[in-house]
Design a protein around this ligand. Sequence first.
Ligand SMILES: Cc1cc2nc3c(=O)[nH]c(=O)nc-3n(C[C@H](O)[C@H](O)[C@H](O)COP(=O)(O)OP(=O)(O)OC[C@H]3O[C@@H](n4cnc5c(N)ncnc54)[C@H](O)[C@@H]3O)c2cc1C
Length: 449
Amino acid sequence: MSQKYDVLVVGAGIAGSTLAYFLSKKGVKVLLADMRPFTRAGDKACGDALGKHHFDELGVEYPGGEELTGNVKGIDVYSPSEGAKYRVLGEGFMIDRIKFTQRFIKGAVDAGAEYWEKTSATKLIVKDNIAQGAILRRDSEKIEVRAQLVVDATGYARVLANQAPDEWPIKDPLKPEDGIVAYREVRKLSKEVDEPEILRIYISKRIAPGGYWWFFPYSLKKGLVNVGLGVQNGVGYPNPKDLLYKYVLTRSEFKGSEIVEAGGAPAPTRRPVNTLVWNGLAVIGDAAYAVNPIHGGGKGSAMITSWCLANTYLGANEDTSNAALWNANKCFLEHYGIKQAPLDIFRMFLQQLSDDDLEYGMSRKIIKETDLNTVSMKGDLELSVVDKGMRLLAGIGRPSLLLKLRAVARYMNKAKELYRRYPDKPEGLTRWINEVSKLYEEYRTRVLK
Ligand SMILES: Cc1cc2nc3c(=O)[nH]c(=O)nc-3n(C[C@H](O)[C@H](O)[C@H](O)COP(=O)(O)OP(=O)(O)OC[C@H]3O[C@@H](n4cnc5c(N)ncnc54)[C@H](O)[C@@H]3O)c2cc1C
C-alpha cells in the first residue's frame, strides 16, 4: 500500500506537532506520525521550562489551563560552593509537556492533518538522489508513504536523517561529546519552596561534570519540583542518575520527598545542523540540533525551526528544491541559530573549567549577571567585559584563565561572524562548512588544547 501527502512529518514532539499545525492551518496535506500514543505525545524527559519570548516572537498563544503548571520570573545560577549566585531575570512558563504538545496535534487534526499514533518510521526512501517518502510500521502493517517533503522530527534519534546518503550535508552526524545525557525526577516535596517562580541551576564539575544540576519548582499548586542532572556525553562521565542520587537527592530539601515521575534522555548541545533542508528531506527541533548549547533548552528553538520551515514551504509554491527552501536556513539562523555557534564555543570552554576556576570566575563576577543574560540570549560575550575583568584582576591571580577567556570571546565573535555569512544559496554550502570546520579546529588546538 502506498499513500501520498504534501508533507510527511515523522515525530510528533513539539517540533513535529507545531510544524504539522502551522502547515495544515494553511491547507497543506500533512501526515504526522509518531511511534508514541497520543496520551504520551511530547513525553520526553525534560525540565519543562519555556521562555515567554519564544511565544511573543512566533505569535503563538501562551500556555494556559492544564498546559500551564507554573510561572517563571528568573533563574538563579549557583557556583560550585553555592557561595556565589547570579540571578538572571526573564519571564517564562513551567508546562505540562504532554498537554502542551497535544494542543498542536489537535489543532493540526482540526485543520485537516492526518495523525497516526503508534506508528514508527523505519526507512527513508531515496530515489534519484531525492528523498521521496518513508516506510512506516503500524502494528504489523507496513505502509509506504510518499511526500513532496519528508521531515525528520524524531529528535535526538534522527531516524531518517541518519539514513540520508553520506554526501548530503543535512546528515551532519552528532559527535557524542557534543551532547549531554540527563536524568530527572518530578518530586513532591514535604516542605514549601521559597520563591517558587525562580528556577535554580547549580554548576559543579564534581557533581555534574560538563553539565549542571537543576531544581525547577514545577507546580506550586501540587508542591512539585522538577529536579535533574545532566553530564557531557561521550567522555566517560558517570551515569547522571547515580550522581543525582549521590549528591543531590541526599540534600535536606528532598527529605521525605516522593517520586511522581522519573526518566532520562540525551540532548544535542552544539552549533546548528549544516542545513535544515536537502533534496526533499528536512530536519527540525533536536534533529536539527536546535538546542541552546549552554542550558540545553530546546522547545522554543524547536518551534522556531518549525515556524521557519513552514513559512518557507508555504512561500515556495510546492517547489521543494534546495534553492526554494533555502530561506528556512536563513530564517532559523536569524531568529536563533546565529547565537548557537558562539554558545557552542563558550560551552566547550566551560566544560574544561575546574570547580576552582568556576568559583573564582563567579565569585569575582568576571562576567556579570546582565552579561550572562546577553551571552545566553545573543551569544555575545563582550570583549569589553573581559578586558575590564583583565584590568581589574591583573595581579590578583589566574592570568592564564583570563587570557583564555579573552581568546574564547574572540572565537565566539569569529563564529558569530561566520554564521552571519551563511551562504545565500546551496551552492556555497560546501565551502562554508569547510570554513566552520577550520575555525573549530583552530579553536580546539589554539585555545582549548
Ligand atoms: C533532561 C532534559 C531536560 C530538558 N529540559 C528542557 C527545558 O526545561 N526546556 C526546554 O525548552 N528544553 C528542555 N530540554 C530539551 C527539549 O526537551 C528538547 O529540545 C525538545 O523536546 C525537542 O523536541 P523535538 O520535538 O525536536 O524532539 P522530541 O521531543 O524528542 O520528539 C521526537 C518524537 O519523535 C518520535 N519518534 C522517534 N523515533 C521515531 C520513529 N522511528 N518513528 C516515529 N516516531 C518517532 C518520538 O516518539 C517523539 O515523540 C531538555 C532535554 C532533556 C533531555
